[in-house]
Design a protein around this ligand. Structure first.
Ligand SMILES: Cc1cc2nc3c(=O)[nH]c(=O)nc-3n(C[C@H](O)[C@H](O)[C@H](O)COP(=O)(O)O)c2cc1C
Length: 198
């Protein structure tokens, strides 16, 4: 069984619908640790040794957050700047994360169609996630496709519940090492691994 660390960041958790529902759906799973960064560090004083120890204790690292300004809420950047130190996460002797898996789980206000070369936002989600993908690569981690919830304002409670159920299935498959690595290469989003009847 793989151990999964969710690096959860929502600066207005009391207003969250999507991320709160997703997080509620997975937080009781064995082998899953939810690390709620805004709750833990409201003053942004991140405890680097504590965070590094958490990383070494897990096999799969997931950044879960709403998409803010085509990126992540600020504490994720602060966490990356401080925790992914040279000599720990990268560099000749920085091999603490080698072979672990990295994934983003994000919700966006924008619908899927606007995240394309022809769409209003001009770039795909995977293009916007380049800093996360390349940071993980620099740290010798393997990247998984992101789990994405688009069009957050347009979703019904039932829609959100379905995304939360799928997220729980994805996390369970990852934890139990039941992901087909061939299939990973063909997917844009991790959501696609869960089959729905037409
Ligand atoms: C400060 C801020 C920036 C945002 N930037 C984006 C953005 O760049 N692209 C986008 O599609 N949605 C953007 N949104 C919409 C949020 O992504 C959306 O409200 C959120 O994913 C909903 O999840 P929640 O219910 O967990 O808050 C932004 C919202 C806020 C408050």
């Amino acid at each position: 069984m793989k151990k999964i660390l969710i690096l959860f960041a929502h600066p207005a958790f009391h207003k969250s619908l999507i991320n709160k529902t997703l997080m509620e759906a997975i937080k009781d799973l064995d082998g899953v640790t939810v690390n709620n960064l805004y709750e833990k560090y409201p003053d942004f004083f991140i405890d680097v040794p504590v965070e590094q120890k958490l990383l070494t204790q897990h096999d799969i690292i997931i950044w879960q957050h709403p998409f803010y300004w085509y990126s992540a809420p600020a504490i994720i950047k602060e966490w990356m700047d401080l925790v992914l130190q040279h000599g720990f996460a990268y560099g000749t002797h920085g091999r603490a994360l080698e072979g672990k898996w990295a994934m983003s789980c994000i919700s966006t206000g924008g619908r899927k169609e606007v995240y394309s070369a022809e769409g209003k936002n001009r770039y795909t989600i995977n293009q916007f996630l380049a800093p996360f993908i390349q940071s993980a690569s620099l740290c010798r981690m393997e990247n998984l496709p992101p789990f994405v919830v688009h069009g957050s304002n347009t979703l019904s409670r039932d829609d959100i519940k379905k995304f939360a159920d799928d997220y729980r299935k994805v996390i369970t498959l990852l934890r139990d090492n039941e992901i087909d690595s061939e299939q990973l290469n063909t997917m844009e989003y991790m959501n696609e691994i869960i089959k729905h009847d037409a």
